[in-house]
Design a protein around this ligand. Structure first.
Ligand SMILES: *Cc1c(COP(=O)(O)O)cnc(C)c1O
Length: 454
């Protein structure tokens, strides 16, 4: 959960070991936060606690654990030491107070909203989100009687207008998948806070290496750790980070945090746990009852990935810039939406929020539309055709025929997945090899298109 509640460690010990009190730098946090030598054997790497239950010291200890009067481990659905190490690490990397890891990025979104929403409630979200999030919000969440208003979050007046009395949150991606738009986090946080609601930011594509949304006013950060955080395409996972800064009692919108919880002898989370209220609720209620626990093995692989995040992201960005530059000049390419290109409408915003680097994911348009998009993908040899991003390997996809095919035409186009769109997740290979393979695929696809037209 966080340094204070990950088992038997005395409070404060982890904070000094991870240097948080002394303000260690990002790279130090991504290696050391949440990790100490294992006390019995001295093992330096975090052990994989491939384990379900934890022995109670006695009946009183068990009772106080169940009453949330003592922090500790009960059952891996609600907490596990390897998962707790990852929670502490991601919280440190994001500058948050606590974190909750879970089975996937989508379950992170579910946990974040579950803590805030009641049936009949609403939230406002960007209409340029990852296609899977648009489907989750606009179809599956309707079954909980939650309503998402999808708006163009670059239009600040439209955002203000969409926030009604039942609205409980504003949700955006820092760097959007696949369109590459960058959210104006500072302005959006101001609008959310004026309405008494938290700003939730999906920071999957930017990662805390490029952007730490909490520093710009975000209250909750969600991740698909499946992508760059784990980094090698090995493990599906998610994480919700709470800044610990939002005042849940400023209005009567957030009863889950401010009203007595009957299942826990009538405690109120905010009164009892203060800045850890959200994180404790996410474990003790949301993970307990919804059940999407992260597997210990996946937590271990994600901890391992996090150790090299800064090195990988720097190279991902460098390679993406080279590939985007090549495509921008290519005669068979109609457009490139990479914010790293100086003529991108998001270039300046990326200097502010992403430190002048623009991530590894972007889209481009082919001259020959839907058919040519599919043919380019099929003609690549080095680029893998699959539905994932953030791998060490370079990945290519035609969203209109795959990830975004469940959306309406209008939703697809707004989400940056038109017929001619090809999405790239640029990996860590030799940039020249990536460029050569993509160039050959474009020429082959264009030639096949000309032949088909004859
Ligand atoms: C992949 C992704 C998700 C969903 O994450 P899963 O781990 O696949 O459940 C959410 N948001 C963004 C931006 C993503 O790229």
């Amino acid at each position: 959960m966080s340094e204070r509640d990950s088992g038997s460690k005395p409070a404060g010990e982890t904070a000094s070991k991870t240097g948080e009190a002394r303000g260690y730098g990002f790279e130090t946090k991504m290696i050391h936060a949440g990790n100490q030598p294992e006390p019995i054997t001295g093992a330096r790497q975090t052990p994989i606690y491939q384990n379900v239950g934890y022995v109670f010291q006695d009946a009183d200890h068990a009772a106080s654990l169940y009453n949330l009067q003592t922090f500790g481990f009960i059952y891996t659905r609600v907490g596990n030491p390897t998962v707790a190490a990852l929670e502490e690490r991601i919280a440190a990397m994001e500058g948050g107070r606590g974190a909750t890891c879970c089975a996937s990025g989508h379950s992170a979104q579910l946990l974040a909203f579950f803590a805030l929403m009641e049936p009949g409630d609403e939230f406002v979200a960007s209409n340029r989100l990852y296609g899977g999030s648009i489907t989750q919000f606009s179809k599956t969440f309707r079954k909980f009687d939650w309503r998402a208003h999808l708006v163009d979050t670059d239009d600040l007046n439209a955002v203000r207008a969409a926030i009604g009395p039942k609205c409980k949150a504003l949700f955006v991606e820092s760097l959007a998948n696949p369109g590459g738009s960058i959210s104006d986090l500072e302005a959006l946080a101001e609008i959310a806070h004026a309405a008494g609601i938290p700003l939730i930011v999906d920071n999957t594509l930017a990662t805390p290496y490029l952007c730490r949304p909490i520093e710009w006013g975000a209250d909750i950060v969600v991740h698909s750790t499946t992508k760059f955080m784990a980094g090698s395409g090995t493990s599906v996972g998610g994480c919700v980070v709470d800044s610990g800064k939002f005042d849940w009692a400023q209005n009567d919108k957030f009863g889950g945090l401010t009203q007595p919880e009957p299942a826990y002898h009538g405690i109120t989370f905010y009164e009892t746990f203060g800045d850890l209220a959200f994180t404790n609720l996410a474990h003790a209620v949301a993970l307990r009852d919804l059940g999407p626990a992260m597997a210990p093995m996946n937590a271990f692989l994600t901890l391992l990935g996090a150790e090299t995040l800064s090195l990988r992201m720097a190279r991902h960005c460098e390679n993406a810039e080279k590939v985007a530059g090549f495509l921008a000049e290519h005669p068979e390419v109609a457009w490139v939406s990479y914010a790293g290109l100086p003529d991108s409408p998001y270039h300046e915003r990326g200097q502010k929020y992403l430190g002048g680097r623009y991530g590894s994911l972007f889209a481009f348009g082919v001259t020959g539309g839907y058919d040519m998009g599919m043919r380019v993908v099929e003609s690549c040899e080095l680029w893998s055709h699959l539905a994932n991003i953030g791998d060490t390997r370079s990945l290519i996809l035609h969203p209109a025929s795959t990830t975004h095919r469940q959306l309406t035409d209008e939703q697809r186009i707004t989400a940056g997945a038109a017929d001619d769109t090809v999405r790239l997740s640029v990996g860590l290979e030799t940039a020249e090899d990536l460029i050569e393979d993509l160039g050959r695929a474009l020429e082959r696809a264009a030639a096949a298109g000309r032949k088909a037209a004859e």
